[in-house]
Design a protein around this ligand. Sequence first.
Ligand code: MSP
Length: 500
Amino acid sequence: MSFYITTAIDYVNAQPHLGHAYEKISTDVLARHMRQRGEDVFFLTGTDEHGEPIADAAREEGIEPRELADRNAGRFKDLVERLDVSNDFFIRTTDPQHEAVVQEVLGRVHDNGHVYKGIYEGWYCPRCADFKVENEILEGNLCPIHEIPLTRESEENWFFRLSSFQRDLERLYAEQPDFVMPRHHYNEARSFINSGLQDVSLSRAKLSWGVRVPWDPDHVFYVWFDALLNYYTALTYARPGEDLLARFWPATYHVIGKDILKFHAVFWPALLIAAELELPQHVFVHGFLLGADGRKMSKSLGNVLDPLEVLEQFGTDALRFYLMRDVPFGADGAVGIDAVRTRYETELANEYGNLASRTIAMIGRYTDGHIPDVATDATLALEFDVLPAEVATVLDRADPTRALDLIWNRVRRLNRYVEERAPWELARSGADADRLRETLASLAEGLRVVTVLLHPYMPHSTERLLGALGSPEAEFRHALFAEHGSGARVEPLEPLFPKQ
Ligand code: MSP
């Protein structure tokens, strides 16, 4: 099956932060998991480089928007690499191929009669690059997201007839209750639609940093239409000579943060209908990372957690694990360096890392470095048999936090198993050689199974551990608890998560 998954594309007017990292990591977990299951996956991420905030930021620095975009896009690309994100392509909306296809698709929307010219007057937030409707605005004419004063703007624009898609969107939401997940965001989008859609600006005349409107070159497209189309345009040029559209369109999952729900859950499907393109299957909405004090992260509050700092101190796998474990996907969650350290020490180093080191050391000591090729413990097997299917079901609902919790319960189960069986006692008495072999075979097998399932979360450490256990295969079908120990030779392993 083909599986097309995307993240939002990030604005390049500022530095990448942990919120960006969080979205890329969670999407990567889903993408890697689907690849493990043998699906034909295409995973897209990238940068959103047009629009007013970027033009403004460049002006403040006295440079051209293109220069700012080049510099900052590089930073986002570096971050994605350092996070071990396995994207198949990195789109930049300043790619000429992207711009050409935006013009083509929106030209079709124009030719299909879904646009008209008019005067727009309204309250505008320059940081959102969005006009706000009256009922969204906070007291004192503040942006509901950035809490900065909105400006009153009036200009001649091309408009997209969003209102004419009222019925189509009502039908979409009635027929596809899982179009937007989790449920409360579906409800939010649906009530936005039910409150009556208004037409929206499609172009800006005051701005020159954007994709030119082909039928009216004094205008550039409003950045959101240019940006949303990245999900489509990327497939037209990511692999020259290959028809990725035929293979992957439409998207299976768009993963986004809650602040950009309206664009993906309302504008995007309407635009696709207008352009006669198929609609995505699901929009998955995650919450916001907050500072350790539970407040929005901001430099002035001093509660910002810098992804690079965490990466340097604890490593990529630890950051990935921490974010997936500590912040329930779909909800907001507070994050801070102390919580990273606690999870690192108690869970990664003590529970998982120690389990791995002990298991390998005991196999080295008691069975000559070979995982005994004997029957594994049937009771333990029962507890592990259901695990892969449970994990897959939960990840199909895009809940990487819950899936990780299920896996971690088995990590803890294995630690209890070590204590219950006390292999060192069995070895000392010498009378229980069979039980010792069964214990070590079962432990190694349980450890291998959890490690295959943890692979999408912590690709680097799990590869090392699977290698040390002599079974490097990380495909999902290898997550089954075998009836026999593998007989493989184990290799010594440096601590997976060394003490800091
Ligand atoms: N450029 C638009 C998206 C266009 S998609 C066609 C944009 N960019 S952004 O850089 O502001 O945000 C990119 C993604 O990061 C969004 O999904 C946003 O919700 C997410 N996050 C930004 N700050 C965040 C947190 N503090 N926490 C979690 N995610 C957040 O919006």
